[in-house]
Design a binder for this molecule. Sequence first.
Ligand SMILES: *Cc1c(COP(=O)(O)O)cnc(C)c1O
Length: 488
Amino acid sequence: MVKKNIQKMAFVNPYGKNVKEIKYFIYKIVDVLLNRSSNAEKFPPLPKNIKNFDKFNLNDLPISESKILKQIKIIINNSMNASNPYYLGHMDSLPTTMSIVGDIICSTINNNMLSKETAPILTEIENKVTKNLANKFNLGQDSGGVMLAGGSLSNIQAIALARNRILGSFEKGLIGLKRKPYIFASEESHTSIQKAAMVLGLGTKSVIPIQTNADGRMKISDLDKLIRQKIKDKGFPFCIVATAGTTITGSVDDLNEVSKIADKYKLWMHTDAVYGGALTFSDKFKNKLSGIENSDSISFNPQKWLYITKTCSVLLLKNKKYLYSDFFTPLPYVMKNKDEYHQGEITLQGTRYPDVLKLWLSLQHLGNFSYSEIIENSFKYTNLFKKKLLEINNIKIACEPQMNILCFRYEVRNKNANENDLLNLNLQKFLFKKHNIFFSVVKYNNLRWLRGILLNPFFNLRHIKKICLNVSEFTKDDKILKSIRSND
Ligand SMILES: *Cc1c(COP(=O)(O)O)cnc(C)c1O
C-alpha cells in the first residue's frame, strides 16, 4: 500500500480516491492547451528565445501540482507551434483531433505493442490497418506491414530485410561475403538511408548516390549504368531505394522505371514514401505514385501528411512472410499460439507505443474523402503561392513543385552565389523575426533556398498575400508592394 506522505496525485488511485482532483487538474491542462491551439496565429510559429528556463532544475523533494502547471504553461508557450498557418518550415503540422484523443487514451491505458498479451485489441487493429494500407498501395494478397516510431526506423528495417533476404545475412551477418554490397539511392534521398547502411554494418559509402534531373528525380540511365559498373567491379548490388517525395523538393522518382531496373538485376526495391505516400489518398494525384505497387517494401509516415501525432510510421511489405523468415527473433517471455508471431519479434523495436490507435481513429473520422480534399487543396495553394511569388522581381524557384513543397530564393544579379546565399539567410530571419513567418533554409544544388511546406489545411490566399507582401518588403520592390496592397 502506498504511504500517505507521497504525492496524493502521483497515480490515478485504482480505488477511486483522487478522481476529482485528477479530473480538475487535467481539465486545467486541457484549457491551457486548447487556448493555444485555438488561437494558433496569435502565438509565433516558434519561440523567439526560451524564457524562464532557469526554473527547470530537478528537485529531490516533490513539488506541488500548481508549480507543475506553471511549468507546463512555460513548456507549451516555448514549443514549436505548427498549428499556426505561418509555420511552413518542416513536415510538421497541426494534429487531427482524433490523434489527440488517441494519445490521451494510449497514455491512460498504457498498453505495449510488443505482443497480443500486452496490447490485445490494439495488436489486432495494427494488423488490420497495415494490411489496409498495403492494399491501398496495391501490394497484393501476401502483403502486410508493421508500425515503427518514425520513418528512419522504417527505412532501417526495410533495408535490414533486403540485406538479410538478398545477401543471406540473417544468421551469418556480413562476414564471409566475397563481394561488397551496394545500395542505390537518389542523391536527394533522405539521410536515414545512410544511417541504415551504417548501422547495418554496410558503411555509409555502400550507398551509391544517383544524380537527379532538373525535377529532382533520379536519372534512370545513371542508375542502370552505376549498377552495371558495380557488378563489373565485383560488387554486390542488392537494393534500390526510390523516393516518393524527397524531403527538400517533394520530387517523386519514376517508380515504374525503377522497378524495371530492380527486376532486371534482381534487386530489392524499397520505396521511401515517408512523405509522398499520402498521395494514395487522392484520386486526382495518386497516379504520381504509379509503379509503387512493384515495391518489395514501402515506408510511409502518417505523422507527416496525414496529420497524425508523432510518432506514426508504417513499413509495408509485398511479402509479409519475409518478416518471419528473415527478421524473426523470438521472445521467450510472452505466451502465444503456434504459428503466431508477436509484433515485438518482427519489428526493430521491442516495446512500442500504440501509434495505430490515433491513425485508425483519424482514418475513420476523416475518411479517404476528407484526406483527399485536404491534399488536393494544398496542391492548389502551392501553385497559387508559386505564381504570386514569381511575380516578385528576382525570386526564383528550385524546381516546379511536384506536391505541396516549394523552394524559392531571392537572387540579385550583381551578387555572387555566396552573397546571395547570405541574402536568403537574412530573408528567412526577416520573415521570422519581423513577421512571424517561418520557412526553413535548405541546401539544394549547392545553393540556399527558403523551403515552404504547405501542410496546414487552414493556409489560404490571405496567408499567401501577406507572405508575398513581406517578401517584397525585403526585396524593396515598390511596384509589387503597391500592386499587392491595392488588391487587398
Ligand atoms: C521525414 C523523412 C524521413 C525520416 O522520417 P523520420 O520520421 O523523421 O524518421 C525519411 N524519408 C523521407 C523522404 C522523409 O521526408
